[in-house]
Write a protein that binds this ligand. Sequence first.
Ligand SMILES: *Cc1c(COP(=O)(O)O)cnc(C)c1O
Length: 366
Amino acid sequence: MIPFLDMKSVYAELKPELDAAYARVMESGWFVLGREVEAFEAEYAAYCGTKHCIGLGNGLEALELVLRAWDLGAGDEVIVPSNTYIATWLAVTAVGARVVPVEPTPGGPNIDPDRIAAAVTSRTRAIMPVHLYGQPADMDAIMALAAKHGLKVIEDVAQAQGARVRGRRTGSLGDAGAHSFFPSKNIGAFGDGGAVTTDDAALAERLRVLRNYGSRVKYVNLERGFNSRLDELQAAFLRAKLPRLDEWNDRRRIIAARYDDRLADIPSLALPNVPQWAEPVWHLYVVRTARRADLVKALENAGIGSLIHYPIPPHLQDAYADLKQGKGSYPLAEKLADTVLSLPMGPHMPLEAVDEVCSIVRQALA
Ligand SMILES: *Cc1c(COP(=O)(O)O)cnc(C)c1O
């Protein structure tokens, strides 16, 4: 049995630190917006290389609140990847703006900068690149386009905490970075959590107000806000995990390199291709094959977990049926949805397990 992701070993590895974090918060008697959140915000901003971090309820709300802080809404357009998790799109449509999907680079997974310019109109206000699977999007090209057209850029960093582009962390490359601490992310809480990182002091201040009922001073409400706050317990847990993030990402790199090495010469299998400027963090190790059904069955029979990220692109979901972008609208995203498969990956996966997965993959596609 090889699980897709081992979620239990984190506690085994960090039990003393996590237990101490729990006790600290319980004994403090203070559970929302306190010292742990403040300390985590400072530590995570330092890690990402930004001036500010604002702890929020989850990754979706991190994306959404940035768009609200920029006053985006009806009549505005936001450029999003056609190939992404639906949360990216949901943030845009939640504020009443229009999603303008752009296809990935050939082979994917991320938005193709060469196709963005053609999607810009007089109503475009922002670009929302996603660092899917922990692979950084081409931020140099995207930032150049944004500067040329006067657009904001918000990075969806949910799958890429710690990744770098030419030495700089994702989440510090755009005007804002939205992070998720859902348990399965590279740094996850033990429940929901999220954050925004930014160098923009005005944006940071507006987000602090928006997350807390539109209030800066208790019972004085400056605007109609929301309740979206990282809580003290999750912040304390995240503080215990943050010092391990780079080490855990390194272990993911070793596993990815082993997959690359052992699976390189299978004709019907395409491996992830990493541009030379990118330092990914391997949230997922995603292969592509036209023979996916055979591969899934073989892995299943061998007791090996695998998942498809994602089987249905956002434009073909019932949730977006009203956009009337039927099959064929975004053929590259559709092709990926039909061929991608994520192999087991995580910081606690033993290398022998990687070898076992590789031998099953090789047999299945022989
Ligand atoms: C997980 C994820 C989100 C949403 O984060 P939540 O904390 O679950 O709300 C957004 N975008 C991407 C790409 C994700 O993987």
